[in-house]
Design a binder for this molecule. Structure first.
Ligand SMILES: Nc1ncnc2c1ncn2[C@@H]1O[C@H](COP(=O)(O)OP(=O)(O)O)[C@@H](O)[C@H]1O
Ligand SMILES: [Mg+2]
Length: 245
C-alpha cells in the first residue's frame, strides 16, 4: 500500500429502501475519498441521507450499489465476521446519544471495544485513552451519570479511539451538548485529525465549519457540493439552508 492511498474511497454509492411501490433513494450516486488526517463534515437537510451514508461508510449498512474501500479492502465483499473484524480494526464511532452503558464506569465503557485483549492490557489502554481526552483515573471510575455532558462526550470519544482506528465516524456528536461542551468535543475531534486519523462527522452545527477541512453537502441523497474549507471562507456559513433538524 502506498502512502498516498486514501484510507477511505467510496464510489457511486446508492441505498434504496422500501419496495417497488414505495421506494426511497436515501443515497444516490455518491462518491467520496477521504485521506488520513482529514476532518470532513457531512451536512444537509434532515432526511438528505447523511446518517445512511455514514453507516454505509462504517461497514454497518450494505449499499444497494457502489462500493467502499477501506485501506483498499472492499468492505462489502467481505464475509460478515470479517466485516466485524474490519470495523474493530479500522473504525471508531461516536453517536449523538453517546450510547454509554449506564451501569458501567467510564473506564469499563472505554474497555468494551477491547474485548479480545487480556484484562490488564485493556485497563491500561482504556486509561491511556481517557487521559488523552483529559479524564483522570478518578473520573474514569465514575458511572456516566456522575459525569457532566462534556465529560460523557469525552468518554464516548475515548471509546471510539481506544483501538487507535484510522477512521473515526461521528453522527451529530455535538447534537445533544450545549455550545461550550460541543466546542470541546469538536476540538478533540480536530486534534484526532491532527494526529492522522480521518474524521468524518455528520453535523447540523454551522459553527463546526470553523474546525473542519472540508464540507460535503448532501441534498436528496445526492452529493450537492464537496468543498475545502480555507481560513476565512465564511461564505460557506451563510447561504445554505442546512440547519433544519
Ligand atoms: N431503515 C430505513 N428504512 C426505510 N427508510 C429509511 C431507513 N433509514 C433511512 N430511511 C430514509 O432515508 C432517507 C435518509 O435518511 P437519513 O440517512 O436518516 O437522513 P439524515 O441523516 O440526513 O437525516 C429518509 O427519507 C429516511 O426516511
Ligand atoms: Mg441523521
Amino acid at each position: 500500500m502506498s502512502i498516498t492511498t486514501p484510507v477511505l474511497a467510496a464510489s457511486d454509492l446508492s441505498k434504496h429502501y422500501g419496495n417497488a411501490a414505495v421506494r426511497v433513494a436515501a443515497v444516490e450516486g455518491v462518491s467520496l475519498t477521504v485521506e488520513r488526517g482529514e476532518f470532513v463534515a457531512i451536512m444537509g437537510p434532515s432526511g438528505s441521507g447523511k446518517s445512511t451514508l455514514l453507516s454505509i461508510l462504517g461497514a454497518m449498512n450494505p449499499p444497494t450499489g457502489g462500493r467502499v474501500l477501506i485501506d483498499e479492502i472492499d468492505v462489502y465483499q467481505l464475509r460478515q465476521d470479517r466485516q466485524a473484524d474490519l470495523r474493530r480494526e479500522y473504525l471508531g464511532f461516536v453517536f449523538q446519544q453517546l450510547e454509554l452503558i449506564p451501569y458501567l464506569t467510564a473506564l469499563e465503557n472505554v474497555m468494551l471495544p477491547l474485548a479480545i485483549l487480556k484484562e490488564d492490557g485493556k485497563r491500561d489502554r482504556a486509561l491511556a485513552a481517557l487521559e488523552r481526552v483529559g479524564l483522570d483515573e478518578a473520573k474514569a471510575n465514575r458511572l456516566p451519570s456522575a459525569l457532566s455532558g462534556g465529560e460523557q462526550g469525552r468518554v464516548a470519544i475515548a471509546r471510539a479511539v481506544v483501538n487507535d482506528p484510522p477512521i473515526i465516524l461521528a453522527d451529530e456528536p455535538t447534537g445533544s451538548l450545549d455550545t461550550a461542551t460541543g466546542d470541546q468535543v469538536l476540538s478533540l475531534l480536530r486534534q484526532l485529525a491532527g494526529h492522522g486519523h480521518a474524521v468524518i462527522m455528520v453535523t447540523h452545527n454551522p459553527e463546526s465549519l470553523r474546525t473542519v477541512d472540508r464540507v460535503v453537502m448532501l441534498r436528496d441523497g445526492r452529493l450537492a457540493s464537496d468543498s475545502r474549507v480555507t481560513a476565512g471562507t465564511d461564505q460557506l456559513l451563510a447561504p445554505h439552508g442546512f440547519c433544519s433538524g
